[in-house]
Design a protein around this ligand. Structure first.
Ligand code: ADP
Ligand code: ASP
Ligand code: MG
Length: 405
C-alpha cells in the first residue's frame, strides 16, 4: 500500500504552554499509522515572538536586520525542541529540525523573505524510517547563510511550502478556532464556520484582515494547488477546506467579512492637478516602505487643483506626515489627518455574477448611520473605510444583510 505524507502545523496558542505541548503531541500521534508519514511545523509559543521584538526595541529602534531575524527565529526553536523532546519521552522517534539544518532557502529582505526551496532529502529518509521531524516554522536561510524570517504568522507559509516540497497528500493547519468563519468569531457571535472556501476568497479575506491564515501562505497554496484544512487543536471538530476545486460549493454570494483596525487617512488638499503629481507624492512613502492602501483623487473642478486621499497604518502616520511636508516636489494648501479608522470588506466570488451588491452594502451601513469615508473594490470584494467605533455594528449589519447569520 502506498504511504501517505501529511504536514501538520501548530500555531502559537496551540503550543502556548507545556500542557498544550503535551496535547499537540497526542494530536500528532493520532495521525500516526503504518502507512502515514508525518512532518510537523511549529510556531513559537504564543507571545514569545512579541517579547523578542520588544527586547530588540529596548536595545534601539533600528536594530540590525539580520540580528533581528536571528533573534526572532529562536521562539520556534524552543517550541520544536519541546514537542520533539516530549514525543521522545513517550518512546517515539522524533527530532527538531532548524531551517539551516535542512536547509530551508529563502529570497528577499530580512523579516519579509519568501521560501524558495526546501531540501527534504534528510527528513524524507527520517520519515521513511518512522521518525517524526518537528521543523521550525517562520524561518529560513539566505544566500549568505544568514537566518531569515518570512513575515509575521509565517509558519503558515512554512507549512504550505513544506507540503509542496514533500509532495504531501494533506496539509492541516491546527489553530485556536475550528475553521475559517464568515467573520472573526471573536468580533461577531453569529459568525458561522465555512465548510469550503476558494483560494481567491481566502486570499482576499486574509489580506483584508482575517488573521486566521497568513496571506502569503494562501498565495503559495494557490500557486502550488495545495488544499489546506484549517482545524482546531482545542476541540475535535471538522474544519474548513481551502481549495481551488469547484466541487460542492454553496451558492452564497458573499462568503465572508473581514476587518482591519488602526488604519489612518491622510488628505492632501489643493495639490496641482498635473501628470506626475501622484507619483511624486507616493515615491518617498514607497522608498520608506510605507504601505499605502486605499487611494482616491477628487475630480478637479477648476482643472488646476485637486485633493488626494489615501490610507496607511496608524503607526506610519507621523513618518508619512513628515515625508509629505518635506517633499520639495509637491505643493499643496493643507494636510488633513484622521486616525482610529477601520476597513470593512465583504468578499465573495458570487459578486462577479450578482448585481446590486454595492448598493446593498451601502444601504445597510446607511441604515445604521455608519459614515463611509473611502471605498475600494475588486472583482470579488468591496471595502469601505469607517470609524473604529462602528466596526462591530458594521460587521453585524452586513453579516445579516448577506444572509450569513
Ligand atoms: P495561530 O497562532 O494558530 O496561527 P492566529 O491567531 O494567527 O492563530 O489565527 C487564529 C485567529 O484568527 C482566531 O483566534 C480568530 O480570532 C482570528 N480570525 C480572524 N478572522 C477569522 C475568521 N474569518 N475565521 C476564523 N478566525 C478568524
Ligand atoms: N512566531 C511567528 C509570529 O508570531 C510566526 C508564526 O507564529 O507563525 O509571527
Ligand atoms: Mg497564525
Amino acid at each position: 500500500m502506498k504511504s501517505k505524507t501529511i504536514v501538520l502545523k501548530f500555531g502559537g496558542t496551540s503550543v502556548g504552554s507545556i500542557e498544550r505541548i503535551k496535547i499537540v503531541s497526542k494530536i500528532i500521534l493520532s495521525h500516526k499509522s503504518k502507512n502515514t508519514r508525518i512532518a510537523v511545523i511549529s510556531s513559537a509559543m504564543s507571545g514569545v515572538t512579541n517579547e523578542l521584538i520588544k527586547k530588540s526595541k529596548s536595545i534601539c529602534n533600528n536594530f540590525d536586520h539580520a540580528e533581528y531575524d536571528t533573534l526572532l527565529s529562536t521562539g520556534e526553536q524552543v517550541a520544536c525542541a519541546l514537542i520533539a523532546g516530549n514525543l521522545k519521552s513517550l518512546g517515539y522517534n522524533s527530532r527538531s529540525w532548524l531551517s539551516w539544518q535542512l536547509p530551508i532557502l529563502t529570497e528577499g529582505n530580512y523579516s519579509n523573505s519568501r521560501i524558495s526551496n526546501i531540501n527534504t532529502k534528510n527528513i524524507k529518509k527520517y520519515m521513511k524510517e518512522g521518525g517524526i521531524p518537528i521543523v521550525a516554522g517562520f524561518q529560513g536561510i539566505n544566500s549568505n547563510f544568514r537566518i531569515t524570517t518570512i513575515g509575521r504568522s509565517g509558519s503558515d507559509a512554512s507549512a504550505i511550502m513544506l507540503a509542496k516540497f514533500l509532495n504531501a497528500d494533506e496539509c492541516i493547519i491546527y489553530t485556536d478556532v475550528d475553521g475559517v468563519y464568515t467573520t472573526d468569531p471573536r468580533m461577531h457571535k453569529k459568525a458561522k464556520k465555512i465548510k469550503k472556501i476558494f483560494y481567491d476568497e481566502m486570499l482576499e479575506m486574509s489580506s483584508l484582515g482575517s488573521k486566521v491564515m497568513q496571506p502569503t501562505s494562501v498565495q503559495d497554496a494557490k500557486l502550488n494547488k495545495i488544499d489546506i484544512t484549517v482545524k482546531s487543536s482545542f476541540v475535535k471538530k471538522n474544519g474548513t477546506l481551502i481549495t481551488g476545486s469547484k466541487k460542492s460549493f454553496s451558492d452564497q454570494i458573499i462568503t465572508g467579512i473581514s476587518s482591519t483596525k488602526d488604519d489612518a487617512k491622510i488628505t492632501i488638499v489643493g495639490v496641482k492637478d498635473k501628470p506626475g503629481v501622484a507619483a511624486a507624492i507616493f515615491k518617498p512613502l514607497s522608498d520608506n516602505s510605507i504601505n499605502v492602501d486605499m487611494v482616491v483623487q477628487n475630480i478637479s473642478l477648476n482643472k488646476k487643483e485637486t485633493d488626494i486621499t489615501f490610507t496607511i497604518k496608524a503607526d506610519d502616520l507621523k513618518k508619512s506626515e513628515k515625508l509629505i511636508r518635506n517633499n520639495k516636489k509637491i505643493q499643496f494648501k493643507k494636510l488633513a489627518f484622521d486616525k482610529n479608522l477601520s476597513k470593512i470588506s465583504i468578499i465573495g466570488v458570487g459578486m462577479i455574477t450578482t448585481p446590486g451588491i454595492t448598493y446593498r452594502m451601502f444601504k445597510s451601513l446607511a441604515q445604521k448611520k455608519i459614515n463611509i469615508m473611502v471605498i475600494s473594490t475588486s472583482e470579488i470584494k468591496i471595502s469601505v473605510l469607517i470609524s473604529n467605533k462602528d466596526v462591530k455594528k458594521a460587521i453585524a449589519c452586513l453579516h445579516k444583510e448577506f444572509n450569513l447569520d
